[in-house]
Design a protein around this ligand. Sequence first.
Ligand code: AMP
Length: 456
Amino acid sequence: MKTFAELGLADSLLRAVNAQGYTNPTPIQAEVIPEMIAGHDVIGIAQTGTGKTASFVLPILQALASQRLGPQKFSGPGPKAFTTLILAPTRELAQQISESIRTYGKFMRPSVALVVGGASPVPQIKALSAGLDIVVATPGRLLDHMRAGKARLDKTTTIVLDEADQMLDLGFMPAIQEIMRKISPNRQTLLLSATMPKPIRALAQEFMRTPKEIAVAAVSKPAEKIHQEVIMVEQALKSDLLVDLLAAREVERAIVFTRTKRGTDKVERMLNQAGLHTVGIHGDKSQGQRNRALAQFKDGSRKILVATDVAARGLDVSDVSHVVNFDMPTIAESYVHRIGRTGRAGRSGIAISLCDKSERGLLRDIERLTHTALEPAKELPEHAGRTGRFTLIALPADFVRKEEKQARSHPRPGGGGSNAGRRKPSGFKPAGKKPGARKFSSDKRTGNSSQRQQAR
Ligand code: AMP
């Protein structure tokens, strides 16, 4: 697998990527970044959640860093040219892209303007007259400025059409065509789309030069026989909850995913201290250690395996009854790979995701990618568990959904979530203890109340 450095990115970008905690490029990044750096036109067929934004933002910043391009400050009144234009279907997506530019460009400080509908045009006109590196725009508003003589595109040499199929659905095709005709013919074009309907193909044919087509494997929906649950929980309580879940459930064999290698070590240690027989694997362990850990997991002497995504790749262990996402995956695609470790060979499996409020945006990415609304778990370990910190709390039936809706109305990243402690609706009461251990399985989840953990 290639590293970001091998893709030819400048130091300032490698630092920024590193600061984000990314270890390796995603498949779309590994393919698109070198093509873009080489100056080719590219069609990328990829959905949200694949890391597609960085696949174009990084090479655009690379071009700025290598001084191939720069803000074009021409003298005289009127709008100045800008080198790069990124078109997106919605204000929210445009906003997210400009945030990504700031994140990955934090050691370069490119000049960026957001030109979208629903915002005052005055500051946009001011920015367009100042000379910029990058403009992120929705097609309608940009066209308004162009027609009013407030934006010029004749020196723009890189254009990205993000979520082209969405732009088509929203009726932006004529606006895009008008914009494309005004851009310098000597340009590089990247078109990203989850699907390639005919009008998008025609657009590519008309405006792109021998584009290289890159498709990331369509992420299939998770298998039906995997029961998926998500538990909203504060970060600080995740460890205790994990112990309770793994101790309370009928866990034959579980894989727990963490985001980082250090996280793997911590969780492995913590579970062993709690008396749960656990092994961990990650990239910094020697091959011998990894083989030994896997053998113990396979022969059942250790029934819990803690791993990072990279370490778990290619693992073929059957009979995994539970997959737990201790950390939500930063790339939505990884979610499908992770939970695909259970529910194999015709058996059913349970996938549980522990999500804290800062991970809500990641949860929404997963839902978008898999076209599935992930159901909040309705039951939690009833007994106080090993840790004594969790107990069942009954919530009104529609409570979680309402809150989901609120979360959805806030754009990414991370906005809109609230933690379990803040979410106490009235009528909240601890569920009485009932005899017999409850199972955390789908067939018992038909009651009209949901339950949620609460720190005692
Ligand atoms: P996107 O498909 O562009 O919406 O990105 C989805 C998520 O993946 C975002 O939260 C990014 O921060 C994250 N991401 C992008 N590239 C990587 C990477 N190479 N490694 C880990 N996470 C990434």
